[in-house]
Design a binder for this molecule. Structure first.
Ligand code: FAD
Length: 435
């Protein structure tokens, strides 16, 4: 951990803003190639995970006025501010996405996907990791003629205790997160400065020179040959706009989702990694996936469903998430507010997914009258500095030596977990920049 005063006295090869899926991967890959790397991260390096207190500490939940995390249309958007970024609170799902769409921009990630899958130790979840409720749901889906496949996970199943707390950070350190890559970056000589918020990029004659950042010691200017923004799909466009790249911030998607909960006797779904299975057979035609998901904290269910959620009994609970590839019609306003209209197509996709979930849940024994849907939420903000719109296929902006490498560059919503794709994009960028 460095303080800003020290950092501003020298010039780096690369300054990377944010240490999540994109930033930590780049930091590691560039440091491994002997580059002089500085990572600036808004959050802290956390050590304790798995409880509600932890969630309150590093989730973007208590800072509504600062970050406007609820859209103008009332959709809650989730992300984390911590070393490792939002990967720390992921469900551990590692799936390739957008391969065809990226190929259309001349980006072939085959080699990088293979590398990342091996480093993140991605494997299919074994049946012995399913809760009784998910076994019943699998049987019900298959009896009805639907698929229910095991999810690909970056979880070390030798360490996983099936506590179902993945989204509060893994208390057993079984799940990969970008902090694994950050640690490697550090051991290969990278410098990391936490509690440091980047506000804008310093640009002179069309060339990036460094960034302006605010840390505990106040505002400082930090200089580098190359600046890479990886602050996530909501923060990166704000930094770009503050730096004069006004075209950033539109084309926002969130991979919108709803959770459907219902009760059956003694069907407890708590004891398994969250989203242990997936049905993605309707993604190409109807734009949704469904996957077992329960919010194990009553307060979380209260936030989603009001009193009805609060009254649900964990012991008797079954839940499914419907996640859709939503329309990229949102935008981040210059003051940080988010506007994300929910289109008729999005509503239809959510409705069709939750109907399928309900059909499976009823077959599995859930009482019809107990079924409730959550409010609409989003956890994969992206598209706000999209390839072909704000960055080129090397992820460079129109400013020389200013790049973006996070969910912002994804051209469209996939409706699938994006971490693996962002990681592969960061690996490709590091190879190009270091060559
Ligand atoms: C509950 C939940 C579960 C999820 N589960 C999965 C899953 O299982 N699989 C999957 O693929 N995806 C999952 N996702 C989505 C995934 O975590 C994100 O899409 C992904 O981490 C985005 O990567 P990123 O690099 O764009 O941003 P992030 O990982 O969010 O990293 C951005 C970083 O930048 C920092 N930052 C922000 N602003 C600034 C600033 N101004 N200055 C300095 N630093 C800044 C942040 O603190 C953060 O560390 C999940 C998301 C949530 C909320």
């Amino acid at each position: 951990m460095q303080n800003l005063k020290t950092l501003q006295n020298r010039k780096y090869d690369f300054v990377i803003v944010g240490s999540g899926a994109g930033g930590a991967t780049l930091g590691k890959e560039l440091a491994l190639r002997d580059k002089d790397v500085l990572i600036l991260e808004k959050g802290k390096y956390e050590k304790s995970f798995g409880s509600l207190r932890d969630i309150a500490r590093f989730y973007d939940v208590r800072r509504a006025s600062e970050t406007r995390r609820i859209t103008q249309e009332g959709v809650k958007v989730y992300r984390a501010f911590t070393a490792g970024g939002t990967t720390v609170v992921s469900c551990g799902n590692g799936i390739r996405s957008l391969e065809k769409e990226l190929c259309e921009f001349g980006i072939n990630l085959e080699e990088e996907f293979t590398e990342a899958e091996s480093e993140m130790n991605i494997t299919l979840l074994g049946e012995d990791f399913l809760s009784d409720a998910s076994r019943k749901a699998k049987w019900a889906a298959e009896t009805l003629g639907y698929q229910m496949n095991p999810m690909s996970k970056f979880i070390d199943f030798n360490k996983c205790k099936k506590c179902g707390k993945c989204i509060a950070g893994c208390p057993h350190h079984a799940k990969w997160s970008a902090t694994n890559f950050l640690d490697q970056a550090l051991s290969h000589g990278a410098t990391i400065s936490y509690k440091t918020v980047v506000q804008r990029v310093l640009i002179k004659q069309g060339q990036a020179m460094g960034v302006v950042a605010v840390g505990p010691q106040g505002e400082k200017r930090i200089f580098a040959d190359t600046v890479i923004l990886a602050a996530g799909g909501l923060a990166t466009p704000l930094i770009l706009v503050c730096s004069g790249i006004k075209e950033a911030g539109t084309n926002l998607f969130l991979d919108l989702y709803v959770n459907t909960f219902g009760e059956a006797r003694e069907i407890n779904q708590l004891q398994e990694p969250i989203m242990a299975m997936v049905n993605d057979e309707f993604l190409p035609t109807k734009g949704f996936i469904i996957s077992p998901f329960i919010n194990r904290w009553e307060i979380g269910r209260y936030a989603e469903q009001g009193k009805a959620g609060l009254l649900l009994n964990n012991k008797n609970l079954m839940g499914f998430m419907t996640k859709i590839a939503d329309s990229a019609v949102g935008r981040i306003l210059p003051d940080g507010k988010i506007s994300k209209p929910i289109t008729l197509r999005d509503r239809k996709r959510l409705r069709e997914g939750s109907s399928l979930a309900k059909e499976i849940m009823i077959k599995a024994g859930v009482k019809n009258g107990s079924l409730i849907d959550s409010t609409i939420q989003g956890a994969h903000p992206g598209g706000t500095a999209a390839i072909g719109k704000v960055v080129d296929n090397n992820l460079q902006t129109r400013v020389d030596n200013l790049f973006v490498c996070d969910a912002s560059v994804l051209p469209v919503a996939s409706g699938l977990p994006p971490i693996l794709t962002i990681t592969a994009l960061a690996k490709r960028m590091a190879k190009k920049l270091a060559s």
